[in-house]
Design a protein around this ligand. Sequence first.
Ligand code: UDP
Length: 255
Amino acid sequence: MARRRRIYEGKAKVLFEGPEPGTLVQYFKDDATAFNNKKQGTITGKGVINNRISEFLMTRISEIGIPTHFIRRLNMREQLVREVEIIPVEVVIRNVAAGSITKRFGMEEGTALPRSIVEYYYKSDDLNDPMISEEHITAFGWASPQEMDEIMHMSLRVNDFLCGVFLAVGIRLIDFKLEFGRWWNNEDLRLVLADEISPDNCRLWDVETNEIMDKDRFRRDMGGVEEAYQEVARRLGILLDSNSPGDMTGPSSLQ
Ligand code: UDP
């Protein structure tokens, strides 16, 4: 496929102009960053795996009636998505205490939360993604109260659904981050799930051993990052050759 005009480059992905108006091509890189870019590295094959995991999860989510920007996967590292206006809010849904919430409230990592908690952060690298409330979002006009109701409702549905999807393959969904966008479908304006859902923006622990299977392995220099991502893909039934983990060294083992 011929190279397209680059629209935007983020930490883990590049967005190119799509083949038709209103579409974009989302390219998944192997680059990894943490702590607002202070830590940078490469996880070999990550882009290929995240492309597949995100395709799988977005497809399952759209099957339960939640609209997403995902159209179809194009190749190993690229997917065709709808062009949307991204709402500059990161929505974090937590089931178990980990990461920033443990520091904020002095909680032990792994403590089950009394119920799922939804938090909002303003998407701004310059400001280090500050935590915000719905008041800030509506007062500053980043989203309307109606949109926030829909975002909250969709986020909790996605959480319930993904908890089940992961639990079925022996993984606990500890927390994750979602982004939403506005999609104009002719005259119709719809809120859709955007960005990606992958071990880059979820915390995933093995149900039996509590082994970490997500980007915390990179953040904490634990090693075995690619292997953990591959294991998530394998359990979800995404990898082609699920019987030979020794062969799963890179893109060639993926459909
Ligand atoms: N997260 C993300 N992007 C961000 C911040 C957080 O994808 O910019 C995800 C992160 O991977 C985790 C969840 O959101 O699954 C909650 O992250 P937390 O607030 O605990 O921050 P962290 O400890 O990851 O800095």
